[in-house]
Design a protein. Structure first.
Length: 82
């Protein structure tokens, strides 16, 4: 946000600042796009981390198949430790 409006203090903003005729009115579309992109980036990061964890579990199961002497619960715990 500082790249769009360098002299801005986000903590002091209110809805009134974005009303027609006020100083942030002309920046409203740019700020909405910035907030949207920021939210999407955070969503993609969290989603990517969850997919990464799932992929690592699948890879561990492929590289280390369950031994015949091990129960399902023991195997799952062992995979979780990897």
């Amino acid at each position: 946000m500082k790249s769009i409006i360098p002299d801005i203090n986000v903590k002091e903003l209110s809805e009134i600042d974005f009303a027609p005729g006020n100083w942030l009115y002309e920046y409203r579309l740019e700020l909405q796009m910035w907030a949207s992109c920021r939210g999407q980036l955070l969503g993609r990061t969290a989603n990517g981390m969850m997919r990464n964890e799932k992929a690592l579990r699948v890879l561990a199961k492929l590289e280390h198949p369950m031994p015949p002497t091990m129960t399902d619960l023991e195997y799952q715990r062992w995979i979780d430790k990897l």
